[in-house]
Design a protein. Structure first.
Length: 46
């Protein structure tokens, strides 16, 4: 799967989790930003 196809799926799952458990917002945003940062720094690995 390409990164372009993964981002909407991650965003959808994160949105649902935030609606169900609002405390997860900080963790979800942090993990998402780390993931996007890593894919930007190392595009060939992921």
């Amino acid at each position: 799967m390409e990164i372009i196809a993964v981002q909407p799926i991650v965003a959808l799952i994160a949105g649902v989790l935030i609606l169900v458990i609002p405390r997860l917002l900080n963790i979800i945003v942090a993990l998402y930003l780390i993931f996007i940062g890593l894919t930007g720094l190392f595009p060939d690995i992921l």
